[in-house]
Design a protein around this ligand. Structure first.
Ligand code: ADP
Ligand code: ADP
Length: 232
């Protein structure tokens, strides 16, 4: 369902061109929890941002359900992006909006009416265990609760793909485990394909079905987690 073919990404920087991705090809099947692991600066974030075209690849194609996103204009991309939710290490919540308003935000942007918004937001808050926190502000929440809001917001437009950019890296081990369990539940119950980028082996071993190891903009290895990381 997600097919990246021969992706190159060059950033123009003040000290010259920087090749963040060099000929990356990757296929992610429907229903998978696909991990992308590598050191800081390896190109993970660039790679995942190419999936929703937050970054346009310099070369190569990005296909989702057979449609090539690199050939689309901004209007077409907006429609496809509804299929792709994203969560971040620093949560990226609106600090002067309530939990409810944060989750409602993408729907409001899309022009959804208030009644429909309410019918979508409350079940999402229930799904992530925050129905009692609808009127709180992000500053009143723990890190784990903030990421739950991020997850609910990412699911608001009914995506079939969830991209997770170091989503548990700012959380303690116990909270990380709870968020990973929630992501697993979302994958299973809502049939959402998940792509996780991380520098933590534990995240890969805990919930990923497949993994790609990225190093200096190149995929060093990829395959089922048990094949790539053989446990003694
Ligand atoms: P990772 O997520 O694995 O830490 P990134 O994809 O963020 O790696 O970065 C890969 C390389 O591209 C790094 O050398 C980084 O400095 C560079 N890079 C990332 N984003 C930009 C940008 N917007 N402009 C210039 N260079 C960038
Ligand atoms: P507006 O678009 O004028 O901001 P909304 O109806 O979107 O009005 O929301 C007004 C306030 O009511 C917001 O603070 C929101 O958090 C809250 N709110 C709206 N619907 C619900 C609901 N079903 N449960 C809890 N809070 C809600």
């Amino acid at each position: 369902m997600i097919k990246l073919s021969h992706i190159k990404k060059i950033y123009e920087t003040s000290s010259g061109p920087l090749q963040a991705l060099k000929d990356v090809s990757l296929t992610i099947d429907r229903g998978e929890i696909y991990g992308i692991i590598g050191l800081s600066g390896a190109g993970k974030s660039t790679l995942v941002r190419c999936i929703n075209m937050l970054e346009r690849p310099t070369e190569g194609t990005v296909e989702i359900d057979g449609q090539d996103l690199t050939k689309m204009n901004e209007k077409q991309l907006r429609a496809v992006r509804k299929k792709i939710g994203m969560i971040f290490q620093q949560f990226n919540l609106l600090s002067s909006s309530t939990v409810y308003e944060n989750v409602a935000f993408p729907l409001k942007l899309a022009g959804t009416d208030k009644k429909t918004i309410r019918e979508k937001v409350m079940p999402l808050l229930k799904l992530v265990g925050l129905e009692q926190k609808a009127q709180q502000y992000p500053a009143q929440l723990s890190g784990g609760q903030k990421q739950r809001v991020g997850i609910a917001r990412a699911l608001a437009s009914g995506p079939s793909i969830l991209l997770c950019d170091e989503a548990t890296s700012a959380l303690d081990p116990q909270t990380t485990q709870a968020i990973l369990n929630l992501i697993k539940k979302i994958n299973r119950e809502l049939q959402i394909t998940v792509v996780i980028i991380t520098h933590e082996m534990k995240v890969i071993k805990d919930i990923c079905t497949k993994v790609a190891v990225i190093d200096h903009g190149v995929i060093a290895e990829k395959g089922p987690v048990i094949d790539v990381f053989i446990n003694p």
